[in-house]
Design a protein around this ligand. Structure first.
Ligand SMILES: C[S@@+](CC[C@H](N)C(=O)[O-])C[C@H]1O[C@@H](n2cnc3c(N)ncnc32)[C@H](O)[C@@H]1O
Length: 222
């Protein structure tokens, strides 16, 4: 896998991005956690707020995805991600498009929302969640990685780092609203999904949780 991660990093054409990707893949457990969840449940995956398309490349390297569509509202990231897909020869297998996360896509399967929600205001988070749920197939998983509002040093540090991400220009919009676990679980459970939440800090000092919401397969009629 190390060689594959190295190859992913080297597909990005800017040295700063290559450096960022190497660090991110080495320390961030979100991609491996998503791969482990979807690997044995083959179906298309919609990645909302895909950034430069790292999750798609990671899932492809693990053989964990049949069809992948990444959407992001930041055209610079989509362009960088598409250049990397071309360089890696993956532009036929994986797709990245410039679109808002609330736009409906002609796809149903799993949905990933990694580190996206807190960049939207509370109402925007509700709409994004509703759109994510609308793309879930029976047996599909909604995999959310997010900061959760809580009293902890990790939460404090995450808020400080978000300030610098915004100030550096890497994120066009700064954090808008840090959701609580209840705020996210309630609408998902109301939509009939089975929800589990667990910490996913990995080797990072940040406040990270993995929330997995499953749409049950319909019971066979008797
Ligand atoms: C911290 S990045 C995470 C990127 C990617 N999910 C990952 O984990 O590698 C958050 C991304 O969400 C995107 N984003 C924020 N609001 C969005 C929206 N309403 N629709 C689509 N993308 C959005 C940003 O442009 C940014 O690329």
């Amino acid at each position: 896998m190390d060689t594959a991660l190295y190859r992913i990093a080297n597909s990005y054409d800017h040295w700063l991005q290559r450096r960022y990707v190497k660090g991110k893949l080495a320390t961030d457990p979100a991609y491996a956690a998503t791969a482990a969840l979807v690997k044995d449940r083959p179906m298309p995956l919609l990645d909302i707020g895909c950034g430069i398309g790292l999750l798609g490349q990671y899932l492809h390297a693990c053989g964990a995805v049949t069809r992948y569509l990444g959407v992001d509202s930041d055209i610079r990231k989509i362009d960088a991600g598409n250049r990397a897909l071309q360089l890696a020869g993956l532009d036929g297998a994986l797709r990245l498009i410039h679109a808002d996360g609330i736009a409906r896509q002609a796809m149903s399967g799993h949905v990933a929302l990694l580190d996206v929600l807190h960049y939207l205001p509370q109402e925007g988070q509700r709409s994004l969640l509703a759109n994510a749920v609308a793309h879930l197939a029976p047996g599909g998983l909604l995999v959310i990685r997010t900061v959760l509002r809580e009293r902890s040093w990790r939460y404090g540090l995450t808020r400080v780092s978000e300030f610098f991400l915004r100030a550096s220009g890497w994120m066009r919009t700064g954090a808008q609203h840090y959701p609580s676990a209840d705020e996210l679980c309630a609408p998902l459970e109301a939509a009939g999904l089975v929800v589990e939440v667990r910490p996913l800090h990995g080797k990072t000092p940040f406040d990270c949780y993995l929330l997995v919401a499953r749409r049950e397969r319909r019971a066979a009629p008797e």
